[in-house]
Write a protein that binds this ligand. Structure first.
Ligand SMILES: [Mn+2]
Length: 326
């Protein structure tokens, strides 16, 4: 008997779990250190399109390259932390507010399990509802540490206030997030809007340009940014827009921008950004349709997720920065 379309596995819901950890769609009664969630949603693409909605399934696929033992850390990461994959948010294509509402509900469930959310976008718009849900759970001041080529400070785009060009502006409006505890690492180039430069200064956001990273090195910059984004010593929400990395290393994204970080720099950057833990973590803007045939960008995104897991594990295992000794 043929399956009806309602019975076949969902393209954006039923996929191999990240790193083959336990797939646990229902988080009721569960406790975990981190829960991976896919947010296969993209709204308007302001340049060349490209389906970031396919990113979660591709990142999961390439995450299967990676095992629990990590040479750099000399640690079996999954021996120290319980990580679940709750699958993808059941998004409503074309309905941004409803899709974001569903994501917020999911992040709330993850927080209810005592876990940190580790989200695979989706375009960068999805970071706003994720940070909002985390901030509401945390209650107190929350910092935000972002790796991005762009400042993403649009008030709106075509009257839409929830686009991929606006997440930082929306996050600045959250009552729990003081822009003075927002640090953005990596902005560069001629695709940032002129009004964003005076605006970030007026808001009190700290920006470390790509040039600053070149001069000072990624490690010194992230260490300083982490202090800014850690009010009262609380770990920040950490977001990685994959377009901060040079397209030579990460071609699979919409707004490619020549120049930028190497894979090694962003790996070290994420390790340092997450070394005190994190309130939430995401990797966004991966667009598998523009990736190389080898899955370079999706693999790097998966690797950054693994590094964030290792940061949580290393704190429990007592080997923070063991990667610096190998
Ligand atoms: Mn960007």
């Amino acid at each position: 008997m043929a399956l009806s379309p309602n019975d076949i596995p969902k393209m954006f819901g039923d996929v191999p779990p990240f790193m083959a950890v336990e797939h646990q769609p229902s988080l009721a009664g569960e406790t975990a250190d981190a829960v991976v969630v896919g947010m296969p949603y993209d709204g308007i693409a302001t340049f060349r399109g490209g389906a970031t909605r396919r990113a979660p399934q591709e990142i999961r696929k390439f995450s299967l390259l990676f095992g629990s033992y990590h040479f750099d850390w000399d640690m079996h990461a999954l021996d120290h932390v319980r990580v679940l994959d709750c699958g993808d948010v059941d998004v409503v294509p074309g309905d941004t507010p409803e899709s974001y509402r569903r994501l917020e509900t999911r992040i709330g469930e993850i927080q209810g399990a005592g876990a940190r959310s580790m989200m695979m976008g989706g375009d960068h718009g999805v970071t706003y509802p994720a940070v909002k849900a985390v901030a509401e759970h945390v209650g107190g001041p929350l910092g935000f540490l972002l790796f991005d080529t762009h400042l993403d400070l649009c008030e709106s785009f075509n009257e839409d206030r929830l686009t991929r060009a606006s997440p930082v502006m929306r996050i600045c409006e959250l009552p729990q997030v003081d822009p003075k505890h927002i640090a953005i690492i990596g902005p560069k180039g001629p695709r940032n809007l002129p009004e964003w430069t005076p605006l970030y200064k007026e808001l009190g956001i700290t920006v470390y340009s790509d040039r600053t990273v070149q001069k000072r090195g990624i490690e010194a910059v992230v260490e300083e940014a982490l202090e800014i984004a850690s009010p009262q010593g609380r770990p920040p929400y950490v977001s990685v827009d994959i377009d901060v990395i040079d397209p030579a290393y990460a071609p699979g994204t919409n707004s490619i921008e020549p120049g930028g970080f190497t894979s090694r720099e962003i790996i070290n950057g994420v390790r340092l950004a997450c070394e005190n833990g994190f309130a939430g973590f995401d990797v966004v803007e991966v667009s598998p349709d523009f990736d190389s045939n080898s899955g370079t960008t999706s693999t790097l995104a998966a690797r950054l997720m693994v590094e964030a897991v290792c940061c949580l594990a290393a704190r429990k295992a007592g080997c923070v920065r063991s990667w610096d000794a190998t």
